[in-house]
Each structure stands twice: as structure tokens, then as C-alpha cells.
Design a protein around this ligand. Structure first.
Ligand code: NAD
Length: 290
């Protein structure tokens, strides 16, 4: 397929490369020269504007920083620029309301469109092992699925437009909360005289077990390889966790849900991000175990 890819940063670069590997003709646009050079090296054709990149394509995929940018790229360049009948996939993490607004604009102009945010970081984007949570009509989902399959290992239809974003921020609110809980448990165990490895051996097969402990342990040398074993470099940046917690808190407020643990997680990550926004989010254990 002829696919335009807009936003080839840390995540989009790897995702576009996987579309090339799957045999697609990928037309790339990014504001960054470096991102475009890397895209060229992975086999994309690069363009100087989004309008040129979407000319004559069958699909458009975007991986952009926030909702305001997604809205402007779609309303200025993609809607009306891409041929009628192209399927549109926004994989960025953005607020639910903007996702629904952009999809409604696209539908009014005759396009099928999905919001398809991801779980998984830069390594999963490069390795093609992302999980996509997809919002949109059944028709839009069925058209998007084969494209998403080339970039991920799980593609799940979450319901109507915006439900992909809803799933993403609820998932990441839970992730932020259980990472903090895991860090507090390790810090307390240690101060009570319990060896961290021994606590891991017990808790990982007991009722405290969770993903933050057994798949992404915040302590170096304990559990499987994780960013903790690499001085908290790589992985999922604290700044991005904070972004998602802010989106989750805004959505919860709009929906009238009292998310006290989510709110506290947002506050703790906000304080930690002041000096450590680039470190993996599990590095918050450095603060919580002081
Ligand atoms: P990034 O900053 O590395 O990449 C974003 C890219 O978009 C940049 O290359 C930038 O130049 C480009 N861009 C910005 N405005 C543009 C415009 N108007 N037109 C064209 N290109 C434009 O960010 P990232 O880490 O790749 O994240 C992208 C999205 O994926 C975000 O929504 C983020 O929340 C989400 N996400 C990131 C991760 C992660 O681990 N990095 C994990 C899951 C989801």
C-alpha cells in the first residue's frame, strides 16, 4: 500500500521502518531534518510538506506529540489533501475529546479514521511488538487492522471513536499507580530489614504481584532486565508518564470520577519530572526510597 507517515520521532521512526519492512511504500513527513534523514535510511521516501506526503495515498498514519498538533495537521493538510477513500490512523497519545473531534471532522469529509494509541515504548516500536488500542467504527477498524498488524503484536478494537485514547490513559493511570505502589513496597521492605531480592521472590508469587514488579522491576539486579539495570535510561520517560497522567486526570474530571490515587500519582510524577523528566518512570523509586 501507499502510506503517508507523519511524525517520525522516537516512536514513529521505528513504526514507519516496520511498514517499509512489510512491503509498503511509505511517504514520510516530519518537521525535523534528522527524523527525515533517519526515515530515508530505513527506506521511506521523504517529502518537504505533509500535503505532498499524503498525495495519492491509500492510508495516513500519524505519531505526533499532542492533540493540538494532531488537530492542525489533520485539518490543514490531511483532510482534503489525502484522496477520498484513504483510511486515517492517528497513533499519538492525545486527549479523548480532540480525538473524537478530529475523527468527526474526517468522517464528515468522507474518510474512515481511527484513534490507535499504543502501549510499549521505543524498543517495542522498533521491534514491531506494540499493542494498539483502537477506537472507531467497525469498518474503519477493519481497514486499519492490517496496517497496525505490521507495526504491533496486539491490535484490539476498544469501541467507538476516542475509545482507544480512553483505554490508553486508563491503562497508564493504573501503571503510574502500581509503579508507585511497587516502589513504596520495596522501600518499606528494605527499611524493615528485608532483602529486596527475597521480597521480590515472595511478592512476585503472592497477591502483591503486578506488572511493575515482575516485568519492569524498578530495582537494578532484581527481576528481569529493565531500565533500572541501565541507570533508568531508555524505556518510558517520566515526562511522558506525567503527560498521560495529566490527560487521565483531565478526562476523569470531565467524566466526574474521583480518582484520588491517580491524582496523587500525577502529583508525585510532576515533582519527580522537574529534575528527572528524561529518566525512565521507574526511576521514581530513587525519590520514594530516600
Ligand atoms: P518525539 O518527540 O520523539 O516524536 C514526535 C515527532 O513529531 C518529532 O519528530 C517531531 O519533529 C514531529 N512533529 C511535531 N510536530 C509536527 C508537525 N506539525 N508535522 C510533522 N511532524 C511533526 O515523540 P515520541 O516519543 O515519538 O512520541 C510520539 C507520540 O507517541 C506521543 O503522542 C507520545 O505520547 C506517544 N508515545 C510515546 C511513547 C514513548 O515511549 N516515547 C510510548 C507510547 C506512546
Amino acid at each position: 500500500m501507499k502510506i503517508a507517515f507523519i511524525g517520525l520521532g522516537n516512536m514513529g521512526g521505528g513504526m514507519a521502518a516496520n511498514l517499509v519492512k512489510a512491503g509498503h511504500d511509505v511517504r514520510a513527513f516530519d518537521l525535523s531534518e534528522d527524523a527525515l534523514n533517519a526515515a530515508k535510511e530505513s527506506g521511506c521516501t521523504v517529502f518537504g510538506t505533509a500535503k505532498e506526503a499524503v498525495e495519492g495515498v491509500e492510508a495516513v498514519v500519524s505519531m505526533l506529540p499532542n492533540g493540538a498538533i494532531v488537530k492542525s495537521v489533520y485539518s490543514d493538510d490531511v483532510i482534503g489533501g489525502a484522496p477520498a477513500g484513504a483510511v486515517l490512523l492517528d497513533c499519538s497519545t492525545i486527549d479523548v475529546a480532540t480525538a473524537r473531534e478530529v475523527i468527526a471532522m474526517a468522517q464528515d469529509a468522507g474518510y474512515d479514521m481511527v484513534d490507535a494509541p499504543v502501549s510499549g515504548g521505543i524498543a517495542a516500536a522498533a521491534g514491531g511488538t506494540l499493542t494498539f488500542m483502537v477506537g472507531g467504527s467497525q469498518t474503519a477498524f477493519s481497514r486499519a487492522q492490517p496496517i497496525l498488524d505490521a507495526m504491533g503484536k496486539n491490535v484490539i478494537h476498544a469501541g467507538d471513536a476516542g475509545n482507544g485514547q480512553a483505554a490508553k490513559i486508563c491503562n497508564n493511570m493504573l501503571l503510574g499507580i502500581h509503579m508507585i505502589g511497587t516502589c513504596e513496597a520495596f522501600a518499606t521492605a528494605k527499611k524493615l530489614g528485608l532483602d529486596p531480592q527475597t521480597f521480590y521472590d515472595i511478592s512476585s508469587v503472592s497477591s502483591g504481584q503486578c506488572w511493575s514488579m515482575t516485568s519492569y522491576c524498578p530495582l537494578p539486579g532484581v527481576g528481569p532486565q529493565s531500565p533500572a539495570d541501565n541507570d533508568y535510561k531508555g524505556g518510558f520517560a517520566t515526562g511522558l508518564m506525567l503527560k498521560d497522567l495529566k490527560l487521565a486526570m483531565a478526562a476523569a474530571e470531565t467524566a466526574g470520577v474521583d480518582t484520588q490515587m491517580g491524582q496523587r500519582a500525577r502529583e508525585l510524577y510532576e515533582a519527580f519530572a522537574e529534575d528527572h523528566g528524561d529518566l525512565d518512570f521507574s526511576a521514581i523509586i530513587l525519590e520514594l526510597s530516600k
